[in-house]
Design a binder for this molecule. Structure first.
Ligand code: ADP
Ligand code: PMV
Length: 359
């Protein structure tokens, strides 16, 4: 814990993908729901005004930077899988550029601040930990930079963010740029991110993605039953970027992703009509296609078989990039006792928890 006054705080939810992981990277549909587990980013002013500090309780890291070290980081090209401090600085650099501010102005405004990240989302588990981190940092950077006065000589050279905006959205102004900045960061973690996780973090509704970069929210009809999700961690932490690269190397991937996309589109249609149970049954059919892409690992197979052996059986699926990460068992809220499933997977040594959607 850091001492000092709290100057900013933001909470970002995690997510699970009901259907459409990988398909959405290639332009097909996916359905994603936020869950009631959060990443928190807090900023406090500390007593040492000569350094900028970024702490992650999740990774147990503490990065302390002087102004000259920060200057180097500001101008360095962003690296894949950045540290929390490098990600925060990249977000600030993008916002500074959009507002026509020099790095020195931004750096002097953040000296003496400590950014602390704490998260309920296991990393590399398909629950959107990197998207939550990127969204929290983007929100923070936009907040910090929007407080700074513009430099007089730059007033006429206001430029849009140097990022590709989804074509469906109006040109992004600074105050509305959290999505773009978060997506730029998420690209560093995913290699090529569809943006679905970031969009979900920013929207406490169901999200459908009809094609890469074009997102829409889907509100559940009034009175439609909600969703509860047992999430079981396979114990295998993996990189989304590696899983995406592996899928793109599969000779048959476009055909299989098309099938997953069709399942997602049907899932979204059923959810939109309030037929939650049918929607979940449909979404779960995508598991066989994810397995055909080679995204399962022995512990995922083990978890799925534990569910199958219960009476009545529980049907689950990989959620997220695969090759490890999470297995989800979604169910219409209030229709099934989840304790036998939770007990069975925990007895086999897996970490598991029950979540509800934020919808
Ligand atoms: N709370 C956190 N603190 C520091 N780094 C984090 C945190 N959450 C996520 N990350 C970063 O995100 C990476 C995981 O991203 P990714 O492979 O996309 O998996 P996920 O499915 O969890 O988003 C971690 O290896 C780490 O670099
Ligand atoms: C595999 C993918 O479709 C979803 C990734 O989810 P996660 O990183 O496992 O939370 C990648 C993406 O959409 O950018």
């Amino acid at each position: 814990m850091t001492t000092g006054d709290l100057v900013f705080q933001t909470y970002v939810p995690g997510k699970v993908i009901l259907s459409g992981e990988h398909a959405v990277v290639n332009g097909y549909a996916a359905v994603v729901v936020p869950i009631n587990a959060f990443l928190t980013l807090s900023i406090k002013r500390n007593q040492n005004a000569a350094v900028f500090t970024v702490i992650s309780a999740t990774t147990g890291t503490k990065e302390i930077f002087s102004p000259s070290e920060l200057s180097m980081l500001f101008i360095a090209p962003p690296q894949p899988r950045p540290t929390p401090c490098a990600a925060m600085v990249h977000a600030l650099a993008l916002c500074a550029k959009a507002r026509g501010l020099s790095s020195d102005t931004v750096i002097s405004s953040i000296m003496g601040l400590t950014v602390s990240v704490d998260s309920e989302l296991p990393m590399g588990a398909g629950m959107g930990s990197s998207a939550a981190l990127c969204t929290a940092m983007a929100r923070t950077a936009v907040h910090i930079v929007s407080q700074l006065p513009r430099e007089p000589e730059q007033r006429m050279s206001d430029s849009p963010l140097p990022l590709s905006s989804p074509p469906s959205l109006a040109p992004i102004q600074l105050d509305a740029s959290v999505y773009d900045v978060a997506l730029a960061l998420e690209h560093l973690f995913h290699g090529k991110s569809s943006g679905i996780d970031v969009f979900c973090c920013l929207n406490p509704n169901l999200v459908t993605v009809s094609r890469t970069g074009v997102h829409s929210t889907l509100a559940m009809p009034e009175g439609a039953p909600g969703i509860e999700i047992v999430v079981v961690h396979s114990g295998v932490e993996r990189s989304t970027a590696d899983a995406v690269a592996m899928v793109q190397g599969n000779a048959d991937y476009k055909r299989v992703l098309g099938q997953i996309g069709a399942i997602s589109a049907e899932t979204a249609r059923l959810l939109g009509e309030g037929m939650t149970g049918d929607a979940l049954e449909t979404a779960l059919a995508s598991e066989q296609h994810l397995e055909a892409l080679g995204l399962s690992v022995p512990s995922i197979g083990h978890i799925l078989s534990i569910g199958q052996q219960l009476s009545p059986p529980w049907v689950g699926k990989i959620s997220g990039a695969g090759l490890g990460g999470a297995v989800i068992f979604p169910v219409v809220a209030g229709t099934r006792d989840t304790r036998p499933l939770l007990d069975a997977v925990r007895a086999a040594g897996f970490e598991a928890a029950l979540y509800s959607t934020g919808c």
